[in-house]
Design a protein around this ligand. Structure first.
Ligand code: ADP
Length: 349
């Protein structure tokens, strides 16, 4: 009945109703006792009834609505009504009840969304902490084992002590890789990575990465180079250091999961709107059912091979985060025994 009505309109309607009723009563009185009231007095009294009830109803509404609204605002905004609002009171020319109704609805929706988000965060945190403790457990357990064996007399044997110390050191290196990669992931996830965008030649950067990883690849007999026909460089716009990290992770994986005597080729393709950069190897490949998960943190296709190679299981997850921060994509094609090709897109300069 009062939908979309302002307090002033409600007061006016109430006053007119009261005025109409008193006019009716006075007219009845005049009909029954014609001399009881004069026409000017009847008119004056009706006007007075309208005016008086308008002021009374409006004042009441003002106080009543203000008190109710104060309560609602205190609840939904967790705030005290400030002095300015107290002074202002209620805007009597606004459909205040509808406005507050809408605000309460929005508040309820927001609360619901927040609850769902908290639940997602809590679930994510639980899994994250679980994953990390699981990952750290193995190297810590190994180091513990080697050190205790040495302390319990193993150090008397030079061969055993050297071998165990080397193994313990390797596990410490793995711990360090995990901790560093976790740091990188948390920086990326907290949005701390502020892209320092620059224009650069992607082939030039790829060359630097190949030089950096040359020794590592030679050690396992894998040749690093460019794909014939797709070896022309392109100018791209991105955060050079982050893209270096992406290329280092992808090329390192192609070495870790490559076959001795194999090769990793980098190629660049002009895709009109963007540049596609592919890193292709002829290594062990990834079975199809694992492909959708390889970018998940701590996901490994072959756990023992990854651990043996010192992998943290976070390399591809870091790559994905960096590409998402650039609003670009990463994809993978792979067949077991034939090899894998990882492709990233980059904005054309
Ligand atoms: P990791 O530290 O284990 O290498 P990544 O996140 O870099 O972690 O990779 C996740 C998993 O994806 C690896 O454990 C491996 O099983 C698989 N993978 C990644 N790159 C390749 C590749 N080029 N060839 C075959 N498997 C790969």
């Amino acid at each position: 009945m009062f939908k979309n009505s302002t307090p002033r309109e409600i007061a006016l309607r109430a006053a007119l109703t009261i005025g109409g009723a008193s006019l009716g009563v006075m007219l009845l009185l005049k009909i029954i006792v014609p001399d009881s009231i004069s026409w000017p007095a009847l008119l004056l009294l009706t006007l007075a009834a309208v005016g008086f009830s308008y002021v009374v109803v409006l004042t009441y509404l003002d106080r009543y609505i203000y008190r109710k609204i104060k309560l609602i605002y205190k609840t939904i905004h967790h705030q005290k009504v400030n002095a300015e609002m107290k002074r202002e009171g209620v805007d009597l020319d606004q459909p205040i009840i509808d406005d507050v109704g809408q605000e309460v609805e929005e508040w309820a929706e927001k609360q619901q969304r927040q609850m769902e988000q908290y639940e997602r965060f809590a679930d994510y945190r639980r899994r994250y902490v679980g994953d990390i403790s699981h990952e750290l457990k193995t190297p810590i357990f190994n180091i513990q084992g080697y050190l205790h064996t040495l302390l319990e007399g193993g150090y008397h044997d030079e061969k055993i002590s050297m071998s165990f110390l080397k193994k313990a050191a390797k596990n410490v290196d793995r711990l360090q890789t995990i901790v560093e990669d976790l740091g990188a992931i948390s920086r990326l996830e907290s949005g701390e990575l502020i892209l320092d965008t620059d224009v650069f030649d992607i082939k030039e950067l790829a060359n630097e990465v190949i030089d950096e990883l040359d020794l590592k690849s030679r050690e396992v007999g894998i040749e690093l180079g460019f794909k014939p026909g797709a070896d022309t460089g392109f100018m791209v716009e991105a955060d050079r250091e982050s893209i270096r990290q992406v290329l280092v992770n992808l090329v390192t994986n192609s070495i870790k999961y490559g076959n001795p005597g194999g090769a990793t080729k980098l190629g660049f393709y002009d895709m009109d709107a963007y540049i596609l950069c592919e890193i292709a190897d002829n290594g062990i490949g990834i079975p199809e059912k694992h492909l959708p998960h390889v970018f998940d943190r701590f996901y490994r296709v072959d756990k023992s091979r990854s651990r043996k190679k010192g992998g943290s299981g976070l390399g591809l997850s870091i790559v994905k985060h960096i590409m998402e921060a650039h609003q670009q994509t990463i994809n993978v094609r792979s067949s077991p025994g034939l090899g894998s090709t990882f492709g990233i897109t980059l904005a054309k300069a």
